[in-house]
Design a protein. Structure first.
Length: 211
């Protein structure tokens, strides 16, 4: 019985991921209506797993369900973006402080290696963006609070709805790299207060660049 119950759950999760990536790539534009019938036919599935997938995306904030109108890709307002950055700043600055006080030498080296990869990718926007996200998520893993990790993961999905993310603006990549260097220096120096401060500054600057 358990095997039977797992099959549809795996299917709607797979569909949710396919739609999630289409949203991030702007194949499904913010504010656009999601044609359930068309997508169900495209994927060769019934509308039941598709609707379950949309519920998952709605819980993540990527999709907005409107009564009698269906599902739409969420549009991120300036206030939404500011709210997301504010919460990420609080959560990730706390994580940076924890890592600065607890990380062992191997973890510090791992972060430093990732920072060097980031520096090497400063002229490659897509690669820089990917490594930047990996760095932040790895930092959270090291801080070891699964509730914080889940909250940040959801917030970062909403942040991705803003395709004109600050990192994609002229000059922001190099500024972001300098801020990462300051964060790394504070963590390597095991200064938890400074690490948290540098991370807050990183998000403040990111929001200003995105506005």
């Amino acid at each position: 019985m358990s095997a039977v119950s797992l099959a549809p759950r795996a299917l709607y999760q797979e569909v949710a991921e396919l739609l999630r990536q289409r949203i991030f790539k702007r194949e499904l534009q913010p504010g656009s209506w999601i044609d359930e019938l068309k997508i169900a036919e495209e994927y060769g599935i019934s509308r039941t797993p598709l609707r379950e997938a949309l519920k998952v995306l709605a819980a993540e904030g990527l999709v907005t369900m409107k009564v009698r109108r269906g599902a739409y890709v969420t549009e991120v307002s300036e206030k939404d973006l500011a709210d997301v950055y504010h919460l990420l700043s609080l959560l990730e600055s706390d994580a940076a402080g924890v890592v600065a006080s607890r990380a062992d030498d191997a973890q510090l080296k791992e972060l430093q290696d990732m920072h060097e990869d980031l520096a090497a990718a400063v002229d490659d926007r897509e690669r820089f963006f990917a490594i930047n996200e990996q760095f932040h998520l790895r930092l959270l893993e090291m801080a070891d609070n699964r509730w914080r990790q889940q909250m940040v993961a959801d917030l970062r999905k909403v942040m991705k709805l803003n395709r004109h993310h600050s990192l994609f603006k002229t000059g922001r990549l190099h500024d972001s790299l300098k801020e990462h260097a300051a964060i790394m220096a504070a963590i390597a120096g095991r200064d938890s207060t400074l690490a948290a401060q540098r991370m807050r500054e990183h998000f403040t600057n990111g929001l200003e660049a995105a506005a």
